[in-house]
Design a protein around this ligand. Structure first.
Ligand code: C2E
Ligand code: CA
Ligand code: CA
Length: 443
């Protein structure tokens, strides 16, 4: 079919392809930047607002793994169509990354118009996507918004502002939307230095492992401890895990960090006979695929019997790639370690996985325990989780027990284990030894 037509179409096609994404037919980053530069310098824009929306499908990787690449492409194409439908013909929607889109809306009268567009986008994207297989996918898009001339006038800096706002939205969880704010620049700079510091900290041994008691709910006997990490930062002082674990996860540094925690926890507890230890495992350690080997070598190196180690895992690990997760969990079970589901009740409500996956225990999230005294709803949830655990033959651990009355309720409903400030705060190994000695004297 090498006719003249084909030759004539050639250059046009290659120009089109150079500026468009083949999956969605949307303009690519190059064309978007050109368009944005033109729009910002146009005299009509002067008194009006131009809005840049940076969008990202939060769970695209999982959807791709779950439904296959062809369905992934279909989700992208459908997202593109929906975004286009929300804007006017002379606005622009571009695909700028695997699951990232930029939308440039021009000539907006005021902030109300921006808000209106943002709500239309959210509504359009919240509709599930039907796949040819009959399955239904639930893509979740995060959004960051930057405005010209308010936040920036230059194309590059405006895109940068929208992407910073998108990063903040991602931190807030699936489906969130954020407007750019000036402090995001500082936060990003802070995060970058913290990431550099984290690299150094692993080498120079700045981490501390604390241990929080886990007790029998009926007798209050000390059964084990949960290992909780802290970072003694040379300038910033002691940092809590919420301040650096997410950064370690984003940069992959959580892999060596998690290895250190496992080693340290097993080593400490191997010298405290009869105590069990539980260690938190991040979803990134799970994805990395070497978790079983890492756990096995920590046990071997410290001679801790496997049954004294428990791994605490959150639900998010399971929804990502169910088959792979099941393999890893079974590999861990084969080593003889215990598995518990952490923060139970806060994640995705599909309970099916509880039967499929080999968990030994459920940990009731501390939010429910904290509300026990005031809220009938919290009581009902706690009782339901206790019933579920019993029915499935799993132990139930209540976290965040702070008062005697919370303990009384949990005891009355035959909760197995309790953990919280009422029983003991996270403490150093030395303090833990004193805690054990004190209890021996008292009994
Ligand atoms: P988590 O696994 O839910 O750990 C329990 C958190 O609750 C701990 O916070 C603990 O100090 C706190 N807590 C315990 N009892 C009470 C109580 O009675 N009242 C209140 N208000 N809080 C209580 P922490 O140590 O700040 O850890 C926060 C989170 O960081 C942990 O939540 C866990 O998800 C993560 N984390 C901690 N250590 C590690 C680690 O070594 N690796 C990984 N990947 N994550 C870790
Ligand atoms: Ca935990
Ligand atoms: Ca927890």
């Amino acid at each position: 079919m090498s006719d003249a037509n084909e030759v004539a179409r050639g250059p046009w096609q290659s120009e089109y392809l150079a500026l468009h994404d083949p999956v969605t037919s949307l303009p690519n980053r190059l064309l978007m930047m050109e368009f944005l530069a033109g729009a910002l310098s146009s005299p009509q824009e002067g008194r009006r607002t131009l809005a840049v929306f940076a969008l990202d499908i939060d769970n695209f990787r999982q959807l791709n793994e779950m439904y296959g690449l062809a369905s992934g492409d279909l989700i992208l194409a459908e997202t593109a169509r929906r975004l286009r439908r929300c804007v006017r013909d002379n606005d622009l929607v571009a695909r700028v990354g695997a699951d990232e889109f930029i939308l440039v809306a021009t000539g907006l009268a005021d902030s109300k118009a921006v808000d209106g567009l943002h709500r239309r986008l959210q509504a359009a994207l919240s509709v599930p996507v039907a796949l040819p297989s009959g399955a239904v996918a639930y893509p979740q898009a995060d959004m960051g918004i930057a405005l010209a001339p308010l936040d920036a006038h230059e194309p590059d800096s405006l895109i940068h502002c929208a992407e910073l706002a998108l990063n903040r939205a991602k931190d807030e969880g699936p489906g969130a939307c954020c407007y750019f704010a000036a402090d995001m620049n500082d936060e990003m700079a802070g995060r970058r230095t913290l990431e550099g510091d984290l690299r150094r900290a692993i080498v120079s041994d700045e981490f501390v492992l604390l241990f929080q008691p886990r007790c029998d709910a009926r007798t209050l006997e000390l059964l084990g401890v949960e290992a909780l990490i802290r970072w003694d930062h040379p300038q910033l002082g002691r940092l809590a895990p919420d301040e650096f674990v997410p950064i370690a996860e984003k940069s992959g540094l959580v892999i060596p960090l998690g290895e250190w925690v496992l080693r340290k926890a097993c080593d400490t507890i191997s010298r405290l006979p009869e105590l069990n230890v539980s260690v938190n495992v991040s979803v990134v350690q799970f994805r990395n695929g070497e978790l079983v080997g890492t756990v096995e070598s920590a046990l071997r190196a410290t001679s801790l019997p496997a049954h004294r180690l428990e791994l605490e895992i959150t639900e998010s690990v399971l929804i990502e790639n169910t088959d792979k997760a099941l393999d890893i969990l079974e590999g861990l079970k084969k080593l003889g370690v215990r598995l518990s589901m952490d923060d139970f009740g806060t994640g995705y409500s599909s309970l099916g996985y509880l039967r499929t996956f080999p968990f030994d225990a459920l940990k009731i999230d501390r939010r429910f325990v904290g509300d026990l005294d005031q809220s009938k709803g919290a009581l009902a949830i706690v009782q339901a989780i206790l019933g579920l655990g019993r029915a499935l033959g799993m132990q139930v651990v209540a976290e965040g027990v702070e008062t005697e009355s919370q303990l009384a309720v949990l005891k009355a409903d035959s909760c197995d284990e309790v953990q919280g400030f009422y029983l003991g705060r996270p403490m150093t190994e030395e303090a833990l030894r004193a805690y054990i000695a004190e209890r021996r004297l008292a009994s």
